[in-house]
Structures are given as C-alpha cells and as structure tokens.
Design a protein around this ligand. Structure first.
Ligand SMILES: [Zn+2]
Length: 88
C-alpha cells in the first residue's frame, strides 16, 4: 500500500517514499531474513517498510547466508586470537 500525495512529487527512483508517520525514511539492508543483503526502506518510527531492491535471486539467497556464516566464523576466530594475545 503506497501513500500518494496530491502534488505529484518529482519522480526519482532514488528517493525513498514517505510512510505513515511522515518521518524521513532510511535505506536499510536486511541480513536476517530470506533476502540477505536486500535493501529495504523504513523510518524506524512506525511499522511501515517496503523493499527497495528487486527480489534476491535464488542463487544469491543460497550463497549470501554461507558467506555471512563464514564472516561470523572468522570474527569468532579473531576474537579468540585477541583474547589469547591479551593473556600472554
Ligand atoms: Zn514511519
């Protein structure tokens, strides 16, 4: 459901639409759902949000979570090494 204003705003594909609370919306990146890395628009002030990017293709949906897992593993390893380093 998209809100339409009476005075037609200049059409720009980059300008996020305003939501119900009329606060400036922000472009966020989703990482934890079925569309990792896909950008969505929200204000953080209300429940309104909508996708900004087109849907993630099945291949990316399969690969990105694997990459995220790998990053997490490496971060954990790094944290372990730092702790080891501090202990010496
Ligand atoms: Zn809002």
């Amino acid at each position: 459901m998209q809100r339409l204003t009476k005075s037609a705003p200049r059409k720009s594909s980059m300008a996020p639409p305003s939501c119900f609370c009329d606060r400036p919306s922000k472009l966020m990146t989703a990482w934890r759902d079925a569309n990792p890395g896909r950008s969505k628009i929200r204000t953080g002030a209300c429940v309104f949000w909508r996708w900004f990017d087109p849907p993630i293709c099945p291949r990316s949906r399969q690969i990105i979570p694997g990459l995220l897992r790998r990053i997490k593993e490496l971060k954990d390893q790094l944290r372990g090494l730092k702790l080891q380093d501090q202990g010496m």
